[in-house]
Design a protein around this ligand. Sequence first.
Ligand code: CDP
Ligand code: MG
Length: 138
Amino acid sequence: MERTLAIIKPDAVERNIIGEIVKAIEGEGLVISAMKMLHLTKKQAEGFYYVHKDKPFFDSLTDYMSSGPIVVMVLSGENVIERWRKLMGATDPAKAEEGTIRKRFGLNIERNSVHGSDSPESAKYEISYFFNALEIVR
Ligand code: CDP
Ligand code: MG
Protein backbone atom coordinates (compact mmCIF):
# COMPACT_ATOMS: atom_id res chain seq x y z
CA MET A 1 0.00 0.00 0.00
CA GLU A 2 1.25 3.42 -1.04
CA ARG A 3 0.07 7.02 -0.48
CA THR A 4 0.18 10.11 -2.69
CA LEU A 5 -0.88 13.75 -2.54
CA ALA A 6 -3.52 14.91 -5.00
CA ILE A 7 -4.73 18.48 -5.52
CA ILE A 8 -7.78 19.78 -7.35
CA LYS A 9 -6.34 23.09 -8.56
CA PRO A 10 -8.04 26.53 -8.57
CA ASP A 11 -9.19 26.33 -12.21
CA ALA A 12 -11.22 23.19 -11.45
CA VAL A 13 -12.65 24.34 -8.09
CA GLU A 14 -13.71 27.60 -9.76
CA ARG A 15 -15.59 25.71 -12.50
CA ASN A 16 -17.45 23.51 -9.96
CA ILE A 17 -15.97 20.22 -11.18
CA ILE A 18 -14.66 18.93 -7.82
CA GLY A 19 -17.29 16.19 -8.03
CA GLU A 20 -16.29 15.12 -11.54
CA ILE A 21 -12.69 14.70 -10.43
CA VAL A 22 -13.59 12.88 -7.20
CA LYS A 23 -15.82 10.59 -9.26
CA ALA A 24 -12.92 9.74 -11.59
CA ILE A 25 -10.65 9.02 -8.59
CA GLU A 26 -13.16 6.73 -6.90
CA GLY A 27 -14.09 5.13 -10.23
CA GLU A 28 -10.47 4.09 -10.68
CA GLY A 29 -10.49 2.36 -7.28
CA LEU A 30 -8.19 4.88 -5.62
CA VAL A 31 -9.07 5.43 -1.96
CA ILE A 32 -9.46 8.97 -0.54
CA SER A 33 -7.83 8.81 2.91
CA ALA A 34 -7.93 12.53 3.75
CA MET A 35 -9.46 15.61 2.14
CA LYS A 36 -9.81 19.36 2.80
CA MET A 37 -10.28 22.70 1.05
CA LEU A 38 -7.69 25.47 1.44
CA HIS A 39 -6.81 28.82 -0.05
CA LEU A 40 -3.01 29.03 -0.14
CA THR A 41 -1.07 32.24 0.31
CA LYS A 42 1.62 33.03 -2.27
CA LYS A 43 4.26 32.01 0.32
CA GLN A 44 2.53 28.69 1.00
CA ALA A 45 2.32 27.96 -2.74
CA GLU A 46 6.04 28.77 -3.07
CA GLY A 47 6.86 26.37 -0.24
CA PHE A 48 4.84 23.60 -1.81
CA TYR A 49 6.50 24.02 -5.24
CA TYR A 50 10.02 24.84 -3.94
CA VAL A 51 11.54 22.17 -6.26
CA HIS A 52 10.52 24.41 -9.18
CA LYS A 53 11.87 27.65 -7.69
CA ASP A 54 14.41 28.18 -10.50
CA LYS A 55 11.97 27.40 -13.34
CA PRO A 56 10.71 30.22 -15.58
CA PHE A 57 7.09 29.30 -14.76
CA PHE A 58 7.54 29.44 -10.94
CA ASP A 59 6.19 32.96 -10.32
CA SER A 60 3.15 32.50 -12.55
CA LEU A 61 2.48 28.99 -11.16
CA THR A 62 2.55 30.16 -7.53
CA ASP A 63 0.34 33.19 -8.36
CA TYR A 64 -2.16 30.82 -9.95
CA MET A 65 -2.03 28.25 -7.12
CA SER A 66 -2.75 31.00 -4.59
CA SER A 67 -5.47 32.64 -6.71
CA GLY A 68 -8.39 30.65 -5.30
CA PRO A 69 -9.37 27.63 -3.21
CA ILE A 70 -7.94 24.16 -3.83
CA VAL A 71 -8.91 20.70 -2.60
CA VAL A 72 -6.04 18.63 -1.20
CA MET A 73 -6.35 14.86 -0.76
CA VAL A 74 -4.30 11.91 0.35
CA LEU A 75 -4.93 8.95 -1.95
CA SER A 76 -4.04 5.39 -0.99
CA GLY A 77 -3.71 2.09 -2.82
CA GLU A 78 -1.37 -0.33 -4.50
CA ASN A 79 0.98 1.65 -6.79
CA VAL A 80 -1.17 4.76 -6.26
CA ILE A 81 1.54 7.30 -7.21
CA GLU A 82 1.79 5.92 -10.74
CA ARG A 83 -1.93 5.14 -11.05
CA TRP A 84 -2.92 8.71 -10.10
CA ARG A 85 -0.30 10.20 -12.48
CA LYS A 86 -1.72 8.03 -15.28
CA LEU A 87 -5.30 9.08 -14.53
CA MET A 88 -4.21 12.77 -14.46
CA GLY A 89 -2.50 12.58 -17.86
CA ALA A 90 0.43 14.61 -19.25
CA THR A 91 1.26 18.03 -17.77
CA ASP A 92 0.13 19.74 -20.99
CA PRO A 93 -3.59 18.94 -21.51
CA ALA A 94 -3.04 19.22 -25.29
CA LYS A 95 -0.66 16.25 -25.06
CA ALA A 96 -2.64 14.23 -22.51
CA GLU A 97 -4.24 10.93 -23.48
CA GLU A 98 -7.95 10.70 -24.21
CA GLY A 99 -9.99 10.04 -21.05
CA THR A 100 -7.42 11.48 -18.63
CA ILE A 101 -8.48 14.26 -16.25
CA ARG A 102 -6.14 16.83 -17.79
CA LYS A 103 -7.41 15.99 -21.29
CA ARG A 104 -11.03 16.25 -20.16
CA PHE A 105 -10.77 19.34 -17.96
CA GLY A 106 -7.34 21.04 -18.25
CA LEU A 107 -7.31 24.53 -19.77
CA ASN A 108 -3.59 24.88 -20.61
CA ILE A 109 -0.16 23.71 -19.42
CA GLU A 110 -0.42 25.83 -16.26
CA ARG A 111 -4.15 25.54 -15.49
CA ASN A 112 -4.20 21.78 -15.79
CA SER A 113 -6.79 21.06 -13.06
CA VAL A 114 -4.92 18.52 -10.92
CA HIS A 115 -1.62 17.75 -9.17
CA GLY A 116 -0.05 14.43 -8.19
CA SER A 117 3.21 13.57 -6.41
CA ASP A 118 5.85 12.14 -8.76
CA SER A 119 7.78 9.84 -6.37
CA PRO A 120 7.62 8.31 -2.88
CA GLU A 121 9.99 11.06 -1.64
CA SER A 122 7.87 13.91 -3.01
CA ALA A 123 4.68 12.19 -1.76
CA LYS A 124 6.11 12.15 1.77
CA TYR A 125 7.04 15.86 1.65
CA GLU A 126 3.78 16.92 0.00
CA ILE A 127 1.45 14.89 2.30
CA SER A 128 3.18 16.26 5.40
CA TYR A 129 2.94 19.80 3.93
CA PHE A 130 -0.86 19.64 4.26
CA PHE A 131 -1.82 16.84 6.68
CA ASN A 132 -0.80 15.57 10.10
CA ALA A 133 -1.12 11.90 11.03
CA LEU A 134 -4.47 12.42 12.82
CA GLU A 135 -6.05 13.80 9.64
CA ILE A 136 -5.29 10.72 7.52
CA VAL A 137 -8.19 8.54 8.49
CA ARG A 138 -8.24 5.55 6.11
O1 CDP B 1 2.27 18.67 -12.47
P1 CDP B 1 3.33 17.87 -13.19
O2 CDP B 1 4.17 17.01 -12.25
O3 CDP B 1 2.77 17.10 -14.35
O4 CDP B 1 4.33 18.94 -13.87
P2 CDP B 1 5.61 19.70 -13.26
O5 CDP B 1 6.66 19.71 -14.32
O6 CDP B 1 5.99 19.15 -11.92
O7 CDP B 1 5.10 21.21 -13.11
C1 CDP B 1 4.32 21.59 -12.00
C2 CDP B 1 3.20 22.47 -12.50
O8 CDP B 1 3.76 23.66 -13.04
C3 CDP B 1 2.37 21.90 -13.65
O9 CDP B 1 1.37 21.00 -13.24
C4 CDP B 1 1.78 23.17 -14.25
O10 CDP B 1 0.68 23.65 -13.48
C5 CDP B 1 2.96 24.14 -14.12
N1 CDP B 1 3.79 24.24 -15.33
C6 CDP B 1 3.72 25.39 -16.11
O11 CDP B 1 2.96 26.31 -15.80
N2 CDP B 1 4.48 25.49 -17.27
C7 CDP B 1 5.31 24.51 -17.62
N3 CDP B 1 6.05 24.63 -18.73
C8 CDP B 1 5.41 23.35 -16.85
C9 CDP B 1 4.63 23.24 -15.70
MG1 MG C 1 5.42 17.57 -10.70
